[in-house]
Design a protein around this ligand. Structure first.
Ligand SMILES: Cc1cc2nc3c(=O)[nH]c(=O)nc-3n(C[C@H](O)[C@H](O)[C@H](O)COP(=O)(O)OP(=O)(O)OC[C@H]3O[C@@H](n4cnc5c(N)ncnc54)[C@H](O)[C@@H]3O)c2cc1C
Length: 328
């Protein structure tokens, strides 16, 4: 065990912090995969989280911050260190401005903004996970992503609380500056929304939710799309020529297209399966392991590389691997 008893005792003494030892991270990931964490820390307020983070850093033990675990592959060995999670989840509205703490569920924020008659987040209904991670990975769906509405992000840069406007966040497709600085932890976000009839927003959200449920049943142990789609303009001409126009959406070539061409649908590695109706959706059908999952991801990447000369990039994030799994 990498985390000293003294560190655990000190973490546990912080008000609004709870610490558990040896918690199986499979219980905190939607894949249902992941071994134990030496220490699993839940912080219910920003101040508690900042103290716990500082203490973790000073302890010299490895530490990692997670959200709701819906986009994570955690190693079967677990995490030799401290796993922290901010659970502060307040939502506040002032005119067209909504402030959300990072631990709030994105769905709660979507529902809240709809209830307030505010447009801008309704197409993000059904995306699981926390607000903090949604900003980190610039989550989105149905042609919109959260960056379109972000006005300010407050974060801890390791020592101090800072604020960035949207330009400084360097948002791109499923990317932000927070992915480049993994030690910067998002505390809260301020969004700018537009007044609109709540009933209309609710109708849009309900339609989207229904479609999403068919693709991602509520009990499915998965992470949504495993690989990011590819920006068409960034692909070599030789690859672009092979992509039928009908599959291109919003300037992106879906990874699912390339995966389907190399026979991904229905592939298996132990209990880990590629959905037979969607080539970019991998799920755990029972007692699948991170090893099986990584093997399947490696095989898919290798097939696409050989066939198209393309490197698929995971959207999903790895925890507890050293080094991070490399292309097969
Ligand atoms: C069924 C299903 C469907 C999905 N559909 C979509 C979709 O349509 N669009 C989409 O964009 N995503 C989708 N996803 C992926 C997932 O919902 C998002 O990536 C989500 O934002 C992850 O949130 P989380 O809280 O679970 O983060 P986690 O999986 O716990 O963590 C993801 C990353 O965020 C980082 N992180 C977490 N909190 C913070 C913080 N406060 N500050 C800084 N970094 C932080 C973690 O370190 C980690 O690297 C889907 C996932 C599932 C399971």
């Amino acid at each position: 065990m990498t985390v000293r008893k003294e560190t655990i005792d000190r973490l546990a003494s912080i008000p609004n912090v709870s610490v558990s030892e040896g918690v199986l991270l499979s219980r905190h990931t939607r894949f249902g995969i992941g071994g134990p964490a030496d220490a699993f820390v839940l912080a219910a307020s920003e101040e508690a989280f900042a103290q716990a983070l500082q203490l973790s850093q000073a302890s010299g033990a490895p530490y990692s911050v997670i959200g709701d675990g819906t986009n994570l592959i955690v190693s079967d060995r677990g995490y030799d260190g401290i796993v922290l999670r901010l659970t502060a989840k307040s939502l506040q509205q002032d005119g067209g401005t909504v402030r959300a703490e990072a631990g709030a569920q994105l769905q709660a924020l979507v529902d809240y903004s709809i209830d307030q008659g505010l447009r801008g987040l309704e197409t993000m209904t059904g995306i699981p996970g926390s607000v903090g991670a949604a900003v980190y990975g610039n989550a989105g769906a149905y042609g919109h992503s959260i960056d379109e509405r972000v006005r300010q992000v407050r974060f801890l840069d390791g020592t101090a609380v800072r604020s960035f406007g949207p330009a400084e966040c360097h948002f791109r497709y499923r990317e932000s500056i927070f992915k480049e600085h993994k030690d910067w932890i998002i505390l809260s976000v301020e969004l700018s929304l537009t007044p609109a009839p709540a009933a209309e927003l609710r109708e849009t959200a309900e339609k989207i939710f229904k479609i999403r449920l068919e693709k991602y049943p509520a009990t499915m142990k998965c992470a949504g799309s495993i690989f990011k789609n590819l920006i068409l303009a960034e692909l070599p001409e030789s690859v672009r020529r092979q992509i039928p126009e009908r599959v291109v959406r919003e300037g992106k070539a879906p990874s699912a297209y390339f995966l389907e061409q190399v026979g991904a649908k229905g592939m298996q590695s132990g209990d880990i399966h590629v959905a037979d109706y969607h080539a970019n959706l991998i799920y755990n059908a029972g007692d699948g392991t991170a090893r099986e999952l990584c093997e399947l991801i490696g095989e898919l990447k290798s097939r696409v590389r050989k066939h198209f000369g393309l490197e698929l990039e995971e959207e999903v994030q790895y925890v507890g691997f050293s080094p991070t799994p490399q292309p097969a």
